[in-house]
Design a protein around this ligand. Structure first.
Ligand code: PGA
Length: 257
């Protein structure tokens, strides 16, 4: 069964629950392709992590089959460790280049790298937000949800007004990150992330979450009052601009299921 339920009411986020991870990947890729179809020069940010792997595979398949073209889009990297260059083994930008930017043939001059190696990171982060604004703001922000409720590297304590900035990483996030490289990489204590305030201005936000281990944080994100303790919960204020795509495991603790 490839069932999908859409339970959107006016001014509430649209929540789609699909059966399996593969369905989630297809749905997420469709959401990206729909925005690009309407607006080929869309300004977008897309996430790193385990969750979007299938989405990237499908996007790359479509691009290589000539069904989708990212050639005019403007791509902004969501987050990376402070001081990490795309050559560093444990760089999210390096991962993103390998999984999507290179196989997806994104033109280098349309890729905006988050300025993690700037001499003055605070100034450079503000400049990054200005670049996004100068291009008209995000048409689409696809994000994942961390086990601690983080969005990008907007860790607990983050506010819906936060701009792009340098942040301290929680131990839980550093352990999660180290696991991507089998514990072999030394994960920095600081990172730079596009802020929730910048993400919340996006014309469309897609939140993708998979797996039973995320079920409780998904429930808290969508059903409890918004709080800095669960940064993802601020996204709910985007109302129908937010499309949440969950597999059944991730949705299993929602009260409406
Ligand atoms: P994951 O990470 O997709 O690897 O679970 C999500 C996140 O921490 O944002």
């Amino acid at each position: 069964m490839n069932m999908a339920e859409d339970a959107g009411v006016a001014h509430s986020p649209i929540v789609s629950v699909v059966e399996h991870y593969d369905d989630l990947s297809q749905r997420a890729a469709e959401a990206v392709a729909a925005v690009l179809g309407r607006k080929p020069d869309a300004v977008v940010t897309l996430p790193t992590g385990d969750t979007p792997v299938g989405m990237y595979q499908e996007l790359v398949r479509r691009i290589q089959a000539g069904e989708l073209d990212f050639g005019r889009a403007q791509f902004f990297c969501l987050d990376d460790y402070l001081g990490a260059t795309p050559e560093d083994e444990a760089s999210l930008t390096r991962w993103l280049r390998a999984e999507f930017l290179i196989p997806g043939n994104l033109p280098e001059n349309h890729i905006h790298y988050i300025p993690t190696v700037a001499d003055n990171p605070a100034l450079a982060a503000a400049g990054y937000d200005r670049q996004i604004e100068d291009l008209g703001g995000f048409d689409l922000a696809v994000v994942g949800l961390g086990p601690n409720g983080h969005i990008g590297f907007n860790e607990p304590g983050s506010l819906p007004t936060d701009s792009t900035r340098v942040v301290e990483l929680e131990a839980a996030t550093r352990n999660q990150s180290a696991a991507y490289w089998d514990g072999k990489a030394d994960i920095p204590t600081q990172a730079m992330t596009i802020g929730l305030g910048t993400i919340l201005k996006a014309r469309q936000i897609v939140l993708i979450v998979s797996g039973k281990n995320k079920a409780e944080i998904v429930r808290a994100t969508l059903e409890d009052p918004a709080t800095a303790d669960v940064p993802g919960s601020w996204l709910v204020q985007a109302g129908e601009r937010l499309h949440v795509i969950l597999d059944q495991d991730a949705a299993s603790l929602l009260s409406t299921r």
